[in-house]
Design a protein around this ligand. Sequence first.
Ligand code: AGP
Length: 359
Amino acid sequence: LLSRGGRHDDHMGNEIDEQPVVARRVLDALAPSIRDGALWNRLGLPPVEEIDRVAVLGCGTSLHAGRALAGVFARVGRIPTRALTASEAAHEVWEPRTLVVAMSQSGETADVLRALDGLPSGHGTVLALTNNTASSLARRADAVIDCLAGPEIGVAATKTFVAQVLTGACVALSGLSVSGRADAAVLDADLSALAATPDALSGALHAWRDRAADLAADLVTASGFLFLGRGAGLVYAAEGALKLKELSYRWAEHHAAGELKHGPLALVDAGTPVFVVDDGDPRLDVDIAEVEARGGRVIRVGERALRVGGLSLQLPRTGPSWGPLETVVPLQLFSRELALRLQRNVDKPRNLAKSVTVA
Ligand code: AGP
């Protein structure tokens, strides 16, 4: 079952490989209608000037995609934005003129449906971002956008994550581009980054396929893993930790790297594997040094630093507002390879379901 390229015996492997194609499909469908606001208008969403805040909600991997999307509204549009765990949404205070973006690949997640049912009247507009436009979620929303991932069979979400981030980014950039609220430089950088995404994803697949397998062989006996990030990279650390625990049944935690010294550093011992999602924040070098000083084994993904003769030279911080999306690829590959070595069923992890219809 251990595979090193080509078609796989499991759906998850194939779905990971499909991500550049999915990204291309999303961009072909949506990118041409970003600039003039056509995509935003086609969805019937209110002008961005009439939106005071954005609340993105979802569960698990869809919530992570939502957090990445929240970064687009916040960084490009400077709109107050929060990402909410759907099962906790009942404890929120809702205000009018809120755009609620409900994220769910299945569109049937009970926690998400219940959160929407609990919204007070006059809260604002609900946009459903889903891989199932005939779903219960779609029926509850004011507007629906298909994330175009195609059928995803593996219980662990992979290509739907990438599709949700990119679809959400296209919609947000479309509304912001005609709003007068957008930071023009960030908007332009994001549009260029969008176009480069399929290549970035396929580059990550090629760069990491064998490396992930070798790492999994090395780390097969590790009992726990840390995932660190900062800023827009943090959500990818969170997704890496979720994938790892879901697939391998090993303990995995994610933290903002700045929190290390406030507790998690105590977990680091000789050989403790620590994945660091590098979004270009130079402070990560210090975080890494802290881990290495305790004997931790750092695996850096998404490097924006060049190492020359032991020195780390930072590349310009040109990452898009949704963060270093391609870093999810090595994290997915590693989780799958580790799970295969541990003889887990990577398509159907124990205790989990593809669509969680109980709240
Ligand atoms: C992802 O790998 C998980 N299987 C899980 O966290 C999932 O993302 C979550 O249950 C939400 O599902 P949804 O996207 O169908 O709403």
